[in-house]
Design a protein around this ligand. Structure first.
Ligand code: MF3
Ligand code: CO
Ligand code: CO
Length: 251
């Protein structure tokens, strides 16, 4: 069941989304060789709380930290850890989801660590951000959810990359993950019709090699089966009552 939101509710989601974007802009300044992913977690947590919000991931289905930090071959849901220290040349996705006044805002970006990131990693990150933009550009009233994934898959595979299947975008609002599912692969013209009041994420995870993932023993961390690099970008989107498509997770 898809929960349609009023413009008043979308205004609240915009506030949560703006906070998510501001958190990513804030944490970018801290990303450098030598910082641990737990330090990044704690800085984001304190920032979120100082703005009157709470971190949705913390205790969500048993998740132990406030953000996800996914380094190199980690596809998503990397758990911040004091022993995981960033190195020059790493790439790291930081995924944040504040809840402000009862509504979620979900956004992530992949950042470069230091100045020695390989050309291959830079290219993967660039194409992944393009995948997010191209996916969002398909969104309009009357289009189908499948149009988004079709466009993303075409762009990723054109560059020799693969699209993760095990994790998809999702409806979002008072609830973190709700209908509809938003795959980043698939067929144009298929799936749910996009309508005013819908709010959902687009969050392509793109791998340099095999699209398949495996989950580590911590039950959360998803890595590529072939240990190839993976990148991700995420925005939360709303369709206003007048049909306007709005990216909620902008500063
Ligand atoms: N923010 C992630 C998403 O984009 C979900 C993280 S769930 C957690 O949907 F429990 F791992 F935090
Ligand atoms: Co999400
Ligand atoms: Co997210």
């Amino acid at each position: 069941m898809i929960v349609l939101k009023s413009d008043f509710e979308i205004d609240k989601m915009r506030s949560a989304g703006r906070l998510a974007a501001e958190t990513l802009a804030m944490i970018e300044k801290h990303i450098r060789p030598g910082i641990s992913t737990l330090e990044l977690n704690d800085i984001c947590h304190d920032f979120t709380v100082s703005r009157g919000a709470v971190c949705a991931p913390l205790n969500y289905r048993g998740y132990p930290k406030s953000i996800c930090t996914s380094v190199n071959d980690v596809v998503c849901h990397g758990i911040p850890n004091s022993k995981q220290v960033l190195k020059d040349g790493d790439i790291i996705n930081v995924d944040v989801t504040p809840i402000l006044d009862g509504y979620h805002g979900d956004a992530s970006k992949t950042f470069f660590v230091g100045s020695n990131v390989s050309t291959a990693a830079r290219e993967l990150v660039k194409v992944t951000e393009e995948c997010l933009e191209i996916g969002i550009s398909q969104i309009r009233v009357g289009a189908r959810i499948g149009d988004i994934g079709y466009a993303i898959q075409e762009h990723a595979e054109k560059h020799g990359y693969s699209v993760v299947r095990d994790f998809v975008g999702h409806g979002i609002g008072k609830v973190f993950h709700e209908d509809p599912q938003v795959p980043h692969y698939g067929e144009a013209g298929k799936g749910v019709r996009i309508e005013p009041g819908m709010t959902f994420t687009v969050e392509p995870m793109i791998n340099a090699g095999d699209y398949r993932c495996k989950i580590l023993k911590d039950k959360w961390t998803a890595v590529t089966v072939d240990r190839s690099l993976s990148a991700q970008f995420e925005h939360t989107i709303a369709i206003r009552s007048n049909g306007a498509v709005e990216i909620l997770t902008l500063p």
